[in-house]
Design a protein around this ligand. Structure first.
Ligand SMILES: [Zn+2]
Length: 265
């Protein structure tokens, strides 16, 4: 992967370029691909051109696919030709744990991760202000002087702090009262009401969010409660209930309701 188009031979534009994202999570479009000359006899095929990429990244898997062996050791790395066994490129490891191929003025990174984001993840997604504090007091052995990046929004941190996911787009909601009524039966509860009820049924008007509640001694009373609610609500609002929706069919005594719906038709 490179941000320098000049490096690529036999360059071709990728029409619907896929996107890649880096440490700051900003997606960048892959604009094209070509072949890059790494050394006199070494080429890397399928090198992607990503506009704005500041470093050249070399994929270990791609290098292996094109007939070389990549050896990564604690002090450095090397690329060997599988046919001849000859070491074609040598790289060194930096104090930031990156493996770098140096070629004159040009640098080619095996893996590059923004240092501040790397440390943010290493320290269990610690906030940058705390990382700065740790740098200031030299509280962590080996921690380099981390600067706070311009964009400190971390996707994983956001997800971690979120208590619930976004509400899905509301579907089929009502535009008038009684157009859609939600219902649910709850219970049995351990503590009964003074009159001995241990269930309740809810009717919620989707449009107004008005809630009616009926207490019940048994689930079977749900249908009677519905009839009472229906008569009351329809009389009060002078309109008919068009749709009754229950999320858990099992909690409502199905039989009575289906007979009732048939009689209404
Ligand atoms: Zn984070």
């Amino acid at each position: 992967m490179t941000g320098d188009k000049e490096k690529l031979e036999s360059y071709s534009v990728l029409e619907k370029g896929k996107k890649v994202s880096f440490g700051n999570d900003t997606p960048t479009v892959i604009k094209g691909k070509g072949t890059a000359q790494l050394k006199e006899k070494v080429k890397a095929g399928n090198v992607l051109y990503v506009d704005g990429l500041k470093h050249n990244l070399l994929s270990v898997s791609r290098m292996c696919d094109q007939g070389t062996k990549v050896i990564i050791q604690s002090n450095g790395c090397s690329v060997r030709d599988l046919d001849t066994g000859e070491t074609v490129i040598k790289g060194r490891r930096t104090p930031n744990n990156l493996y770098i191929f140096e070629e004159g003025q040009q640098q080619c990174y095996l893996s590059k991760d923004d240092e501040h984001w790397l440390w943010h993840r290493r320290l269990g997604h610690l906030s940058f202000s705390q990382i700065r504090k740790a740098c200031k007091y030299q509280a962590i052995h080996g921690l380099p002087d981390i600067k706070i990046p311009d964009n400190t929004i971390c996707k994983s941190c956001q997800f971690g702090k979120q208590t619930r996911t976004n509400f899905p787009e509301k579907e089929g909601s009502a535009s008038k009262p009684l157009e859609l009524v939600h219902t649910d039966v709850c219970g049995p509860f351990r503590t009964r009401s003074p009159r001995g009820e241990e269930y309740f049924i809810l009717f919620i008007d989707d449009f107004s969010r008005m809630v009616w509640l009926g207490l019940m001694k048994h689930k079977d009373e749900a249908f009677e409660k519905f009839k009472a609610f229906k008569a009351l609500a329809e009389n009060e609002l002078d309109r008919k209930i068009k749709c009754l929706r229950s999320d858990r069919g099992g909690s409502l005594p199905q039989m009575n309701f289906s007979i009732f719906v048939k009689n209404m038709e």
